[in-house]
Design a protein around this ligand. Sequence first.
Ligand SMILES: NC(=O)c1ccc[n+]([C@@H]2O[C@H](COP(=O)([O-])OP(=O)(O)OC[C@H]3O[C@@H](n4cnc5c(N)ncnc54)[C@H](OP(=O)(O)O)[C@@H]3O)[C@@H](O)[C@H]2O)c1
Length: 239
Amino acid sequence: MQFQNKNILIIGASSGIGLELVHLLNSEGANVFAASRNPSDSWPESIQYIKLDVMLEAGILSEVLPAELHGFVYCVGNINLKPFSRITENDLIADFKLNVVGAALSIQQSLKSLKSATAASIVMISSVAARTGMAYHASIAASKAAVEGLAISLAAELSGSQIRVNVVAPSLTDTPLASKLLNTPEKMEASAKRHPIGRYGSVQDISSAIRFLLSPESSWITGQVIPIDGGMSNLKTTF
Ligand SMILES: NC(=O)c1ccc[n+]([C@@H]2O[C@H](COP(=O)([O-])OP(=O)(O)OC[C@H]3O[C@@H](n4cnc5c(N)ncnc54)[C@H](OP(=O)(O)O)[C@@H]3O)[C@@H](O)[C@H]2O)c1
């Protein structure tokens, strides 16, 4: 029960990676505060729901969080794929707001509680596309690269408060967000083959890494971006 009596806020907790993380941390004794626009039917009863739309109202968080917050995870994000010529100003602004501004304002709102806890940990989610060039990813890659910049700067600024800040950078992971990329056997097979390890990601692959970054096992790791991508970002297996 690694997380017994630990208060963990998961924003984007009703689906995909965030939902898996809710179950994982709950099973290890955490008090999970789950924020999203909608609740999930599959949450355990003990979950404390915070209704939140990060595009509108990060400002409510400070009023509802506990005095001490040991972990903060921002699982909100999107996959906005378009040819560069069709990306609009609205796409760029909306992607930045959802992935970067939402995270930054939510962390600001949580800071007092994070500082009050001993050795708190913040985890954000980037994407393999932030550092590996991929066609049609210009807008989301720009926003995810900004998530990484936000995290590394905050890691420096908050180190004096013993708050660690890290990022995980997944490749394609089987969640509702990625369903259009994995909705036929052909797409599933092609996606699996694109990864050196021979498969796309599962929510367990990503949530177990986030769990590690929240835990004391990673207490000397801060300011890092950890690729979780089946080797996609760093390996070349065909010649
Ligand atoms: N899946 C992939 O292949 C993949 C690859 C690389 C990176 N990522 C990143 O991984 C993270 C998690 O993605 P996922 O695949 O788990 O996505 P997902 O299944 O769509 O889950 C996203 C979560 O964010 C919440 N959310 C969305 N908009 C929100 C808003 N305006 N305010 C508050 N909550 C909001 C959703 O809940 P509500 O709809 O109830 O608000 C949901 O709980 C994202 O940052 C994504 O960019 C995913």
